[in-house]
Every structure is written in structure tokens, then in C-alpha cells.
Design a protein around this ligand. Structure first.
Ligand code: CP
Length: 308
């Protein structure tokens, strides 16, 4: 089925229809299977990676995706220091300038809503690569792709979102995407200090997606198909005492894995700190490195759909 949904900027997960998600997943499958079909697809096009916050996976997988499609890349790490933001230039002016040089801008910023502000003034597509505690929609695309890849389905999956849910933009974006599928159930597992925000729970209610809120991870582990661990994000806390009160609250080790279902998977957007013990890495259900690898294929699919 041809998907005609228009996609210009990628700012939030709510923009994606189920049909569009299925199209991107099918395209990523094709890229994985027959990468030679996509060589040179974006020849002559330029991607700028404008990153105001640190990144390993998002920045480098976007760059690799663009290069593998035949395009070129340029950009700046630590744009707060190395771009003219350091001289007081506004984000809007920077985007106006860069959109005259590039065909697409991949933007990571520390402020929630930055990608939407950038899209409002940009002459070329903006891709939100994480805006503070707001959203990270392309991480959610690779997460969704990983669930389908590992479990063979998305409909009917039961997912535990674990950790820093108040600041977790990947959890927010993935939850919005999952709400477009059938028979989903979500457990939000977090200490009260970093519980999921009410707007997302209201969204699930509006879309008739059942959810449970608890702090008891041990009780949830045997119930779910996917355990989605996240890091407590020290950089989002203004008060070190508040961070210390919740850091290390959940840890998946061999003992915790023994409580998970035999076919369930353990995911993490990475980077991890101490919430998944390295002893777990060799368990077949530890999907997080395969998940990160999937970022390349789904970002190739997204760039191809936006620019070809
Ligand atoms: N998952 C993720 O966004 O990782 P990076 O911060 O390394 O890009």
C-alpha cells in the first residue's frame, strides 16, 4: 500500500500515523536486506547535525545513515560553545542561516520545544534528535522497529517503562508511538520523584491504552514482553540531593533476568550507567546493542523518505 502521509519536519511522535510507521519499518527491513539498492540515493544532498547536547548514537548513526545513502554531512558538536550561540545568537537565527546551507538539519537541544521553534523558521526539514526532557522521536522509531524485529509484532505487547520517566524523552516518544497499536499495555515503573508526567497518562486514557503506575519492578518483570530500562538523568536535576535520593534505584542483573519471561527482551536507549549489570550483556534477551544498531537502518529509512 502506498503511503501518502506528508512528512516534512520530524518534531514529535504524535505526527506519525500507523501507516507511515509501517512504511518506515518496511523500508528499514529492505535497507537491512538489500543495502546496495540504496547506494547513492541522496547523492548531492547535505545533512547538518547541530548538537547542543552530547551524543554518541544519534549523531553518529545519523551521519552514517546519510553517508551510506550517498549524501554528505557537516555539523557541530557542543553547539552551545562551538557555534555562534556562544556569542548570543538565537536558535532561530542559527536555523535560518544553516537552512541556507543544508537540505536537512538534525537538531539536539537542551530545551524542550526547541525542535518546534526551529521548524517554525526553517526552510528545510528539521529532525528532532532530542529536545531536553521533551521528545526523541527517531529513538522511538528505532525502539519500535526493535520490538517488531525481536518479537515479530507490535500489537498486543506489554511493556514496562522503567527509571527516570519524568525526564525520559525516549520513554515519552515511544509511549506515543505504541498508543497507535492494538492491545498495548504499559507499566510505568519509577520512584514518585521521577514518575511519568500526567499529560502522557491522559493521552493513554484518551486512546484507551491501559497503564499501571508502580515502584515495584520485581512484581512487573514476569508480566511483560519488553523491559525498557532508562538512566536516571543526573544532568536534568538542579538539586544533587534529589538525584542522590533516586540514583541506582533499579538495577537489572542476572537475578532480575531470571524473573523475566523466556522470550521477553530487555531494551535501553543507552547510555547506561549502573542500571543494567554488564553480566547481563551475554543473555540473548539483552537487546540493547542490537537496538542501537537498528538506529542506522531506521534513520536511513527516514532520511530516504524525507529527501528522496
Ligand atoms: N539513545 C541516545 O539518544 O543516545 P545518544 O545520547 O548517545 O545519542
Amino acid at each position: 500500500m502506498a503511503v501518502t502521509s506528508r512528512l516534512r519536519h520530524v518534531v514529535s511522535s504524535q505526527q506519525f500515523s500507523r501507516a507511515l510507521l509501517e512504511d518506515l519499518i518496511a523500508r528499514a527491513d529492505e535497507i537491512k536486506r538489500e543495502p546496495h539498492h540504496f547506494i547513492g540515493r541522496l547523492a548531492g544532498q547535505v545533512m547538518t547535525a547541530l548538537f547542543y547536547e552530547p551524543s554518541t548514537r544519534t549523531r553518529l548513526s545519523f551521519e552514517a545513515a546519510m553517508l551510506r545513502l550517498g549524501g554528505a554531512t557537516m555539523g557541530t558538536d557542543n553547539a552551545r560553545e562551538f557555534s555562534s550561540a556562544a556569542k548570543g545568537e538565537t536558535l532561530e537565527d542559527t536555523i535560518r542561516i544553516v537552512s541556507g546551507y543544508a537540505d536537512v538539519i538534525v537538531l539536539r537541544h537542551n530545551e524542550e520545544g526547541a525542535a518546534r521553534r526551529a521548524a517554525a523558521v526553517s526552510g528545510v526539514p528539521i529532525i528532532n534528535a532530542g529536545d531536553g526532557p521533551g521528545q526523541h522521536p527517531t529513538q522511538a522509531l528505532l525502539d519500535l522497529y526493535t520490538i517488531r524485529d525481536e518479537l515479530g509484532r507490535i500489537d498486543g505487547v506489554h511493556v514496562a517503562m522503567v527509571g527516570d520517566l519524568a525526564n525520559g524523552r525516549t520513554v515519552r516518544s515511544l509511549t506515543y508511538l505504541l498508543s497507535k497499536f492494538k492491545d498495548i499495555k504499559i507499566w510505568f515503573v519509577a520512584p514518585a520523584q521521577v514518575a511519568m508526567r500526567d499529560d502522557l497518562k491522559a493521552h493513554l486514557d484518551d486512546h484507551h491504552v491501559p497503564w499501571v503506575e508502580t515502584a515495584d519492578l520485581d512484581a512487573v518483570l514476569p508480566e511483560v514482553d519488553v523491559v525498557y530500562m532508562t538512566r536516571i538523568q543526573k544532568e536534568r536535576f538542579t538539586d544533587l540531593e534529589a538525584y542522590n535520593a533516586v540514583k541506582g534505584v533499579y538495577r537489572i542483573d542476572k537475578d532480575a533476568m531470571s524473573r523475566m519471561r523466556k522470550y521477553a527482551i530487555l531494551m535501553h536507549p543507552l547510555p547506561r550507567v549502573d542500571e543494567i549489570a554488564p553480566e547481563v550483556d551475554s543473555d540473548d534477551r539483552a537487546a540493547y546493542f542490537r537496538q542501537a544498531r537498528n538506529g542506522l537502518h531506521i534513520r536511513m529509512a527516514l532520511l530516504d523518505r524525507l529527501l528522496s
